[in-house]
Design a protein around this ligand. Structure first.
Ligand SMILES: [Fe+2]
Ligand SMILES: [Fe+2]
Length: 264
């Protein structure tokens, strides 16, 4: 670990030239109006991020998984069957991950971070554009422009990851202690587990509209994901009812947990 990252062990902000960039292009420090200093969570160790269960480590793991799957998709080495599975896994992870961010994380960030409105507005716009592109691909899979739309969506997903790891998530680190980062992580995970897994460009990006319209859709998405052949109508109806109730309860509990005051 270089001198630039010293300070991680006690959770303090490392000192580094304000314009310095890491070799990978990650922004180490960023100054905005109000002189807020952030350090990318990609450059800090697990202990400095609140441990494996914290929201920051959970986000990093998902981002790394997404990156690996997009690389595998783009490297041309996968068979058609593998690509089908990869595509399904990428889409499921992208949308459940983003829905839980919009429901649990960004409302909290808007409360605790200066410029939270501007920062979260930017990633919400990225999520919307990703929704639009993937919905287009799923609607017209034989369109000759599909490969282009997919690459555009992948570029936006990578941009979203950079914005979150370099700009948004460090602000949660600054606002909360380790215990709260872990409880927010658990809340985010609970919502992600019941979130929509397919693109729904018409669903609002902010609560309560996203939960009101997204949670019922998540039940249909998950039915399509898990019981592709369908089942008897009665079984499907009871799955829908159980799923919707469980998802609604998870969202309410998770959002309540995440919205408790900062620094606890
Ligand atoms: Fe994320
Ligand atoms: Fe995101």
């Amino acid at each position: 670990m270089g001198a630039a990252l010293r300070g991680d062990s006690d959770g303090t902000e490392p000192r580094r030239n304000r314009h310095e960039q890491s070799p990978s292009g990650h922004r180490g420090h960023h100054h905005r109006a109000g002189a807020t200093v952030t350090v990318s969570i990609s450059r800090r160790g697990a202990a400095a991020l609140g441990g494996g269960g914290s929201i920051l480590m959970r986000q990093r793991r998902d981002h790394a998984r997404l990156d690996a799957m997009m690389n595998r998709w783009s490297d041309g080495g996968a068979t058609d069957d593998e690509r089908d599975v990869l595509w399904r896994d990428i889409v499921q992870l992208v949308f459940s991950h983003a829905f839980a961010e919009e429901t649990v994380l960004w409302p909290v960030l808007r409360r605790v971070a200066p410029h939270g409105e501007e920062l979260t507005g930017r990633v919400e716009a990225e999520h919307q554009a990703i929704n639009d592109l993937i919905a287009r691909v799923e609607k017209s899979p034989d369109d000759p422009r599909c490969a282009e739309w997919i690459q555009e969506a992948f570029a936006l997903i990578r941009q979203d990851i950079r914005d979150e790891e370099d700009e948004l998530l460090p602000r949660l680190r600054a606002a909360f202690g380790d215990r709260r980062l872990r409880s927010i992580g658990a809340a985010w995970e609970a919502v992600r587990a019941t979130a929509p897994t397919r693109p729904h460009p018409g669903v609002p990006r902010r609560p309560p509209g996203n939960a009101l319209r997204g949670v019922p859709l998540s039940v249909f998405d998950r039915l399509r994901d898990r019981v592709p052949g369908g089942g008897p109508a009665a079984r499907r109806a009871s799955l829908l009812a159980c799923g919707a109730a469980a998802a609604a309860v998870a969202v309410v509990l998770a959002v309540r947990t995440a919205r408790r005051p900062a620094r606890t």
